[in-house]
Ligand binder design. Structure first.
Ligand code: GCB
Length: 812
């Protein structure tokens, strides 16, 4: 029963316009003025910070996984005396020990969820010393054990100081808001550290997006001294609520207040969105009574320059880029992300799948299971109130790797952990659906785990890691037939690409932009045409850091629709054309430089993405013809003039334009060869390195290893091996010739060869393995004369093993 006085206060409050956050609770960031040391030098830093922003992309040694110390002093406002004080960390990777004035405030395990420690009894109010020891070493008890992303160390999200009244909404419940709201129930905990028993009133007030109060409730709570008390009641009924959906992400705000007599003791705000959804194995997702196929993408949290220590603005921009590309769904793979990511998803309207970082395999220790379970509870409680979250995930491809040594009963312990986490997720949050992602081979031999969660996520790479594009849809049909009761999300599909690599005969693992485009253009229609698929998510929205990867860019997974720096790749426009309501017209422009010698080579492909019915392309002002757009794509072969070609596409009143340069090599005086590559490579000086033709035999070879001493890994990862010679029919004259080499696999002494150009020795007994070691680029230049019409001939003779070459450049 409310007493009349409280009723009056509440009635008064209800008529006042509500300021954004009129709370007695003090909460501000303390990101500035820290020092950081790795044990050698100390530097001043602001948070967020990671010590791996640079070395995660190094080529010669692994990024540092170890201990870092962060320190700062806190000059607490004397007005906070008598309040309860907390430090709140949004995230530190991966074990954090917090000390105040050399006393341990607490330890947190796990790099992707928030944590809070109370420091009231540790502070003196006289320049209190905060020290945080962060450790990102491998730990067999902490997920992730290994994964295709970099485990940047540091306090890489915001840190907050919080001060509350002794009577306050719980802060220490897994660093959650302490209030858990669904459209039906609102529950939470109030803590009483006042030293006396207390009777408080808990008030929930719901405001619409315009800030008008539309519902409220109030209840009394008695709390013994030093204890806490739970409240749990019906969420105040909002008459005729507006619904939340990706198209119309209408948000209410719930203010929870704790009143003691006429004093407001604490207040916090949480988002509230009204939506109902169900998942059907045949029809897909129904949101608010209407079918809604989820079309989405995945996101990792790192950016160039800063690593994972991204600003809130960078996080928010990422979410908006996903939305702007037409998606309505985002999987936060493979870990809980910054609070502003969830906040922005609520606002712009993206359905979220969030998951904890159990990836590739599990640890079998009790500590691993306990840490996993706690991470899951932290994620769910911390992000419970976000209407954007529909799915909680707890494992990704957990059968992919085998532990070494293989523990006894491993394939029993994995399903045990699956069932344990499933149970926890359902108990924590009966309003969401659970999900796990498995890959192609895992789903065929799943040890019974695929049917445990509500929804099955499939990570499938037909036409990349295996098989070809067309096998994608039929495989989904097969899994659907085998598991008719399981709703399926295609949680990953994608292909790597590099804007410098191009091909007219693209294939998997050449890293060409064209293969990635073909991949998506062929894959997406197979997903769209299968309504039983609840949702789809491209892997990945952005290229992202993955330290072990040695593709064409160092330590990056290059499957983004956008580059690491957040500029869109051409293929992003295919999805934009497919999914946005806006008119889209885009000429693929990554392949900005082409080269050729013959008239046939002047005829070059031009690809356009559009959602308009037909497009006309103009090359240097002349129409190259009108094409009907099919599957958001129109393609031409056009004849290019030497030098810059102006390309313009027109569809109705919309236009796009770009420039493609044609490097005419018909006079044979300039040669740039990507030996053994089978693809063309455009460097930053716009030199087009052409795929070679076999002149003197030999075999093309390619490795996927980072190449030291060059930024052009793709050029030196490919080589031709075992050829006798190259012959270039250049006109008579004087030429600079530069040859490039890199050893891939031979040991010192195993590959020793000499190179002669027009009979003159350029290199004698080159033994790159002995001289430079493996995977290191080397070039050798000289000047030669071509005379009597005999051009330039490069001869290779080996005394041990086979000769090899990576690049050849000839210029007058
Ligand atoms: C997967 C994994 C993801 C990888 C991706 C890839 O299936 O779930 O973590 O990054 O494949 O690119 O190989």
């Amino acid at each position: 029963m409310m007493n009349s006085r409280t009723t009056l206060v509440i009635a008064l409050l209800a008529t006042l316009p509500i300021p954004a956050l009129a709370s007695p609770r003090v909460r501000h960031t303390i990101n500035e003025g820290w020092t950081y040391t790795d044990g050698t030098v100390e530097q001043r830093v602001n948070l967020p910070h990671t010590w791996n922003a640079g070395d995660a992309f190094g080529k010669t040694k692994p990024y540092r996984r170890g201990i870092g110390w962060y320190r700062r002093t806190l000059s607490l406002d004397p007005a906070l005396k008598g309040k309860r004080l907390f430090l709140y960390f949004e995230g530190a990777n991966q074990v954090a020990d917090v000390y105040v004035n050399d006393r341990h405030a607490g330890q947190h395990i796990g790099g992707y969820t928030a944590f809070a420690f109370e420091i009231t009894d540790l502070v003196t109010f006289e320049r209190d010393a905060i020290a945080v020891r962060v450790d990102n070493s491998h730990d067999p008890d902490i997920p992730p054990l290994n994964a295709d992303f970099t485990f940047f160390g540091g306090i890489y999200r915001d840190v907050w100081l919080m001060a509350t009244d002794p009577i306050h909404i719980d802060v220490l419940d897994h660093a959650s808001p302490g209030v858990f709201i669904t459209k039906d129930r609102t529950r939470g905990t109030v803590v009483n550290r006042s030293g006396r028993s207390a009777r408080v009133r808990v008030v929930h007030r719901i405001f619409d997006a315009a800030g008008r109060e539309v519902a409220s409730s109030s209840s009394a709570l008695s709390i013994a001294a030093g204890a806490s008390a739970r409240f749990d009641g019906r969420t105040p009924a909002v008459p005729d609520p507006r619904l939340w959906s990706p198209d119309s992400p209408y948000l209410y705000r719930v203010r929870t207040e704790v009143h003691g007599g006429d004093r407001l003791l604490d207040a916090i705000d949480n988002p509230l969105g009204f939506r109902t959804f169900t998942a059907d194995p045949n029809k897909g997702l129904t949101l608010n009574g209407r079918l809604l196929p989820l079309r989405g993408t995945n996101r990792h949290q790192d950016l160039p320059g800063v690593g994972t220590a991204a600003s809130n603005e960078q996080h928010r921009r990422d979410v908006r880029l996903v939305k702007e590309n037409g998606f309505n769904f985002l999987r936060l793979a493979h870990y809980p992300q910054d609070p502003v990511v969830l906040d922005e998803a609520d606002r712009v309207g993206l359905v979220i799948w969030e998951e904890i970082p159990i990836v590739n395999l599990i640890g079998t220790s009790p500590a691993f299971a306990a840490n996993s379970e706690r991470m899951l509870v932290e994620m769910i409680r911390q992000h419970f109130n976000h209407p954007s979250v529909f799915f909680w995930g707890y494992m990704n491809e957990v059968l992919l790797s085998k532990p070494n040594p293989m523990p006894d009963r491993y394939y029993e312990i994995v399903p045990e952990l699956v069932r344990r986490l499933e149970k926890v997720a359902r108990a924590e949050d009966p309003t969401r659906l659970t999900v796990m992602a498995l890959s192609y081979h895992e789903i065929l031999d799943d040890h019974g785990i695929a049917s445990v969660p509500h929804i099955l996520g499939l990570n499938l790479y037909f036409g990349w890691y295996y098989d070809d594009f067309d096998a994608f849809g039929p495989f989904l049909d097969r899994i659907h037939a085998e598991r008719p009761a399981t709703p399926i999300i295609v949680s990953e599909y994608g292909a790597d690409s590099d804007e410098r690599v191009h091909s007219t005969e693209p294939k998997a693992f050449d890293y060409s932009s064209e293969h990635a485009q073909n991949y998506h253009v062929a894959s997406f229609p197979q997903l769209e045409s299968r309504p039983f698929i609840l949702g789809t998510a491209v892997w990945n929205q952005f290229d992202f850091a993955s330290a072990f990867r040695q593709n064409t860019k160092v330590a990056l997974n290059q499957k983004g629709l956008y580059f690491h720096d957040r500029t869109p790749k051409d293929i992003a426009f295919y999805y934009r054309a497919s999914l946005t309501g806006q008119p889209v017209l885009h000429i693929a422009s990554e392949w900005s430089d082409r080269a050729g010698r013959t008239a046939e080579e002047r005829v070059q492909p031009v690809w356009v993405y559009s959602n308009q019915p037909e497009v006309e392309l103009f090359v240097n002002g002349r129409s190259a013809g009108v094409r009907q757009v099919a599957n958001r794509t129109a393609r031409w072969n056009v004849e290019l003039a030497s030098g810059a070609n102006r390309l313009r596409a027109r569809a109705g009143s919309i236009e796009d334009a770009t420039t493609i340069r044609y490097h005419d090599r018909s006079d044979g005086r300039f040669v740039a060869v990507n030996a053994g590559g089978g693809y063309s490579y455009v460097d930053e000086a716009r030199v087009v390195w052409d795929a070679d033709h076999s002149f003197g035999g030999g075999k093309p070879r390619r490795v996927y290893r980072r190449i030291v001493s060059t930024g052009h890994d793709a050029l030196f990862q490919a080589m031709r091996e075992g050829m006798s010679h190259y012959q270039f029919d250049v006109p008579d004259g004087i030429y600079d010739v530069t040859l490039g080499f890199a050893e891939h696999d031979a040991k010192p002494g195993e590959r020793v060869f000499s190179v002669r150009i027009n009979g003159r020795l350029l290199v004698r007994d080159l033994d790159l393995a002995a001289e430079l070691g493996p995977f290191t680029a080397a070039t050798r230049s000289t000047t030669v004369e071509a005379a009597n019409g005999s051009g330039i001939r490069i001869d290779f003779t080996a005394s041990h093993g086979l000769p090899s070459i990576a690049t050849i450049m000839i210029r007058p």
